[in-house]
Design a protein around this ligand. Structure first.
Ligand SMILES: Nc1ncnc2c1ncn2[C@@H]1O[C@H](COP(=O)(O)OP(=O)(O)O)[C@@H](O)[C@H]1O
Ligand SMILES: [Mg+2]
Length: 225
């Protein structure tokens, strides 16, 4: 499903360079649930961006769901991001003028899903993250945890083969973080998608059977699935 082979990502930085990733290899099977931890600056977000087709490696190969991301052109990457991928960010990125329901529905409508089918799908996703009762609220009427659960529903609406999350509980209090963790556990146990979460939180990291630790652009250790 995910196959990363000896990937480096080097950024130019002033007169020198930063090796954000330095020979990273990683294999995940379909339906795996992995968390990535490590100190700030160790390359976690860089790796996630590469898996999301948002950036290219300096060297090495990345295959996700049969697509060679390292050599894919912009058109294939756009298609990949729209059809194969879901992403959840630390700061939710909901559209403030749209309700919960409209936010979750938007990516489906952009893909041309017929509105009746999209509506049914949105209902299912809102139920999954326990947000049905808030469907007609606007983002400013929600708690941080509710906003993040909405963002998770939105990322899953299109049925992504791979869901990436970068510090999804980083901006939440403990109670809301726990509710968001419940959502990810449910998604993982139902094998809805391959799931990769970058996190500072031990509570989040421990949810996953595959735990990857990074340091200085390298993978330090990983538990078996
Ligand atoms: N666009 C960029 N340009 C230059 N250096 C960058 C860029 N993005 C990240 N870096 C550097 O790459 C390293 C890894 O960053 P990042 O992947 O964001 O780490 P993490 O998410 O683990 O905190 C850091 O040293 C960071 O400063
Ligand atoms: Mg980061």
């Amino acid at each position: 499903m995910v196959d990363v082979q000896n990937v480096t990502r080097v950024y130019a930085s002033g007169s020198g360079e930063v090796r954000a990733l330095d020979g990273v290899s990683l294999h995940l099977d379909k339906g795996d649930f992995a968390t990535i931890t490590g100190p700030s600056g160790c390359g976690k977000s860089t790796l996630l961006h590469l898996l999301g087709g948002l950036d290219h490696p300096t060297s090495g190969e990345i295959h996700v769901d049969g697509l060679a991301l390292h050599s894919a052109d912009e058109r294939s990457l756009t298609r990949y991001r729209r059809h194969t991928l879901g992403i959840v960010f630390q700061f939710f990125n909901l559209l403030p003028t749209m309700t919960v329901r409209e936010n979750v529905e938007l990516p489906l409508l952009l893909r041309g899903t017929p509105s009746r089918e999209a509506g049914a799908r949105v209902d299912d996703m809102l139920a999954l993250v326990d947000m049905e009762r808030r469907a007609d609220h606007f983002p400013h009427q929600l708690s941080g945890g509710e906003m993040q659960r909405t963002a998770i529903a939105r990322s899953l609406a299109g049925g992504p083969a791979l869901l990436l999350a970068d510090e999804p509980t980083g901006n939440l209090d403990t109670t809301n973080a726990a509710l968001v963790c419940d959502c990810f556990s449910k998604i993982a146990s139902q094998k809805i998608t391959t799931l990769v979460i970058v996190t500072h939180s031990d509570a989040v990291a421990e949810l996953a059977p595959v735990r990857i630790r990074m340091l200085d652009g390298k993978i330090l250790s990983r538990t078996a699935a």
